[in-house]
Design a protein. Sequence first.
Length: 209
Amino acid sequence: METTRIFLLDDHEVVRRGIRDLLEDEPDLTVVGEAGTAADALARVPAVAPDVAVLDARLPDGSGIEVCREIRRRQPDVAVLILTSYEDDDALFEAISAGAAGFLLKQVRGTDLIDAVRRVAAGQSLLDPAVTHAVLERLRAKPQDPLSELSDQERRVFVHLREGSSNREIAEAMVLSEKTVKNYVSTILAKLGLERRAQVVVFAQQHGI
């Protein structure tokens, strides 16, 4: 029997343990990794190479939707399920836009969650076609965002770059290490197709941001 490899992201250990125990009771499902923060998830997912990632929508250092977007960019073969405690149309829109294969409320029954994992692992979508169509129409109507490739945290760093702040100044303002800021700056420049941080000011002026 082929086993589906699953990664779990939820900031509540008890919730993660409950989901893990539920899934691992099934002979064809195995949890290969888990995390409680977005940063830990992004660091661990590449190493464990899951087939499915089950991500909490709201996290202390970001969101599961941001993690979904980054996972799908780096490892497009990973199917993502977003779990949330709230019925939120905007979150659903963002999840689909980020490439999620499914969006479930945490109140979902255990058997339905197991079924959802199996279905997205098999390449299916848990999103109603009518909902998906509405989201696609909304995407088409939405003005193009020049910063669409940036995560929320990268956007915050971008604002400081636009203002001409140094790495040290950004680190102090955002309570980050200078090394972390340096990594963010490199990623932002790469995503925006820029070579030097001085170009960020020109980019911002050109796009009116």
